[in-house]
Design a protein around this ligand. Structure first.
Ligand code: SF4
Length: 453
């Protein structure tokens, strides 16, 4: 078996990677759904949104044809509201909390309505925010903040600071902004073009400059940023793929999921090699995105291998259903043990059969090796067993941390005065919407540190 690419026609690729959650086809369709909303008092949908978007308000604004006002309501709470409408696991957030679920009726399609408003705002380049003038000299004058990382946390922090009249410079180690949204999510959820448009829309307020290809610890230093700016915000995310630490892992055909997903987005569908028989290790969103995309690239068989049971899966039920509908197979209670190769290429994945033991630190029951094994004939293994924080970088900068995850106080400040942090580098990797809220929290803490407001 060999790894083959370019196996489908352009039309087939386009069809396989088309928008998984298409927008409303007509304005009337959006209005019908908006008018179903009960505009609940103390709305559970708002409470379950990590950024606290006022859902009934923005839906009411759509219903009264005030799309601009609706976009303003969304972006005031979440400047990445357009992207979040496409990638948020809404079934466990706003839509999962909608009161219609209690009546066993279909929940209001909040994400689709959010997309309706925010995409119109982006397409029409509506600038819905004004920057405050610089603080007067008596109040300290013009302030400058450096942000490391142009992902959701960094961009969200930058936008709030810019609105308050602060000049922000973001240092980004990649060639594009957007972080995980741009580099780590399936192309059928958000396209690279959308991600670029979203970053440009956020920057259009002014006062935010992004310096690309600038890596902390290599091209820039924390000391240097502290000297040149009034405050520093770290939104460096997590990056390094967790290794399986099993024999044979280094052979050709064993790839990490983030690289695989990145290549699909960056190089194009027909340029990415995919196996005939692919094993994907893990059951988080990244594992599902890798498995479904391997299938959509033309792999014959894709098998997700997870060491716990369905009850402990980290992905949502909807994500699992997508994988099943794409024809991916699933093996529960199995952990990779060894990759067998022939002539330098993957031939088999040996797995240990597992059973559930006692709950671990996260409260989930730990998998225990039964001592039995089985083998899968595969020519590609994709590792999606999580990502690791930048532990060495964090430690080299004397930032307090827990196994590389940056420790912050209630005010988002690290142990270093004037250095704040948030997003995946603090929480270890959650949803985009969580990082956006962290960015807002960080910005509010920086404003208070700078005595602004
Ligand atoms: Fe509307 Fe459902 Fe939210 Fe109530 S819970 S305001 S019905 S979206």
């Amino acid at each position: 078996m060999s790894i083959i690419n370019n196996r489908l026609s352009k039309e087939q690729y386009d069809q396989n990677f088309s928008d998984i959650h298409p927008p409303f086809e007509t304005k009337d369709a959006a209005l019908v759904e908006a008018n179903r909303c009960l505009y609940c008092y103390d709305a559970p949908c708002t409470k379950s949104c990590p950024t606290g978007i006022n859902v009934p308000k923005f839906i009411k604004q759509i219903a009264s044809d005030n799309v601009k006002g609706s976009a303003h309501t969304i972006f005031s709470s979440n400047i990445m509201g357009a992207g979040c409408s496409k990638v948020c696991p809404v079934e466990k957030l706003c839509e999962g909390a909608c009161v219609f679920n209690l009546m066993e009726e279909e929940a209001i399609p909040i994400a689709k309505l959010q997309r309706y408003s925010t995409e119109k705002a982006m397409a029409n380049k509506w600038q819905l925010f004004e920057r405050k003038p610089y603080p007067s000299l008596e109040n300290g004058g013009r302030k400058k903040v450096a942000i490391v990382g142009a992902g959701p946390a960094g961009l969200s922090c930058a936008h709030v600071l810019s609105r308050e009249g602060i000049d922000v410079t973001i240092y980004e180690k990649e060639a594009k902004g957007g972080g995980l949204m741009t580099y780590g999510i399936a192309a059928y959820k958000v396209t690279p073009q959308f991600c670029e448009d979203e970053v440009n829309y956020i920057l259009s307020i002014g006062g935010i400059a992004i310096k690309y290809n600038q890596e902390l610890g290599k091209d820039i230093s924390l000391d240097g940023l502290q000297k040149n700016y009034d405050a520093v915000y770290l939104g460096i995310g997590v990056g390094l793929a967790r290794q399986l630490n099993i024999p044979g892992e280094a052979v050709a055909g064993v790839e990490d999921a983030i690289t695989f997903i990145y290549d699909i987005r960056e190089k194009g569908y027909d340029k990415v090699a995919v196996g005939d028989n692919v094993a994907v290790i893990g059951m988080g969103m990244t594992a599902i995105d890798a498995a479904t995309q391997a299938k959509r690239l033309g792999a014959n068989e894709v098998t997700l291998v997870y060491r716990r049971t369905e009850n402990e899966k980290p992905c949502t039920q909807e994500e699992l259903d997508i994988a099943k509908m794409d024809g991916c197979k699933i093996i529960w209670l199995a952990a990779p043990k060894e990759v067998i190769s022939e002539a330098g290429k993957v031939k088999q994945l040996v797995c240990s059969k597992m059973k559930l033991g006692e709950p671990d630190a996260s409260g989930r029951r730990s998998p225990v090796d039964t001592g039995e094994t089985f083998s899968l004939d595969v020519d590609m293994v994709i590792k999606a067993a999580g990502q690791m924080p930048f532990e060495t970088l964090v430690k080299n900068n004397n930032i307090e941390n827990k196994s590389g995850k940056i420790s912050i106080g209630k005010n988002s400040e690290t142990n270093i005065k004037g250095v704040f942090a948030g997003g995946d580098c603090v929480n270890g990797g959650k949803e985009v919407v969580d990082a956006v809220q962290h960015g807002k929290d960080g910005a509010m803490a920086i404003l208070s540190y700078l005595n602004i407001n």
